[in-house]
Design a protein. Structure first.
Length: 258
């Protein structure tokens, strides 16, 4: 269970150059939730996805390092959202019109693994949010937002006296909710700026939206996968420990054999 929760909380990153396959996978009982996507080129080819053409040919073409395709996120949602896994060949034809012909491009995808069964609770600013699970089950926090989102918080009407409706979210909400509630049978917290700080302009009414699951486990190892995606030189996600990864692999193998 600890490995399962570690994989659920983790922010995944995958990338592929033109002509390569991109492959996204999530563990058992979860599905892919696309967070963001980029297709194009914003760094020189010697830093990422080198040109396949001979150097003499490449020097004849000025490489475009300000090239991006606006349809990449929608394409990833169409191909992979809510699936256990997905794989496809990356090329410019998938994303419509090519904004920079002759420039080799690449795809980078940020995603999480969303539990198949989850609960969602919302508390308006200064109200108390209470989470609870049945006996012998514990809370596993999946996501937490404190602030204001354009498409959310219908339970908390927007009252801002003429301020524009913009997104503003606390950067520490998930970390705080995990610290306060993760692995417990019940917990409570006030949706207040005292707890989360104020990520919005003064006068904007905020709300706390938490998505969590309940699962039965006799123990819960500590997990710290709350930071945004960090990339090393190979563009692989960083953050999960070797021990946790090993435990995850063992549990995944056991689940597969079962």
């Amino acid at each position: 269970f600890a490995g399962y929760i570690s994989q659920v909380l983790k922010n995944y990153t995958d990338h592929a150059c033109d002509g390569e396959y991109v492959s996204l996978r999530c563990p058992h009982r979860t599905t892919i939730s696309i967070q963001s996507s980029f297709y194009g080129r914003i760094v020189p080819s010697h830093q990422m996805c080198p040109s396949r053409y001979p150097q003499s040919y490449a020097t004849l073409i000025k490489e475009d390092v300000a090239c991006s395709v606006g349809t990449s996120l929608q394409k990833m949602l169409d191909e992979c959202q809510d699936r256990r896994s997905c794989q496809f060949l990356v090329n410019s034809r998938l994303f419509g019109a090519d904004p920079c012909p002759g420039t080799g491009k690449y795809l980078i995808v940020w995603y999480k693994c969303r539990p198949n069964e989850y609960k969602s609770k919302v508390a308006c600013e200064d109200d108390k949010l209470r989470l609870s699970c049945k006996k012998s089950m514990v809370i596993a926090i999946y996501s937490a937002i404190f602030g204001r989102t354009q498409g959310g918080g219908l339970e908390c009407p927007y009252q801002n006296l003429g301020m524009p409706m913009i997104d503003c979210q606390s950067a520490t909400a998930l970390q705080l909710m995990i610290k306060r509630c993760h692995g417990k049978r019940s917990c409570s917290i006030y949706a207040s700026t005292y707890e989360f700080g104020d990520p919005c302009y003064p006068g904007i009414r905020k709300h706390l939206n938490v998505i969590y699951t309940c699962d039965n486990t006799p123990f819960l190892l500590p997990v710290d996968e709350t930071q945004p995606p960090a990339l090393n030189s190979s563009m692989e996600p960083v953050g999960v420990s070797t021990e946790m990864a090993l435990l995850s692999n063992i549990l995944a193998a056991y689940a597969f054999v079962t």
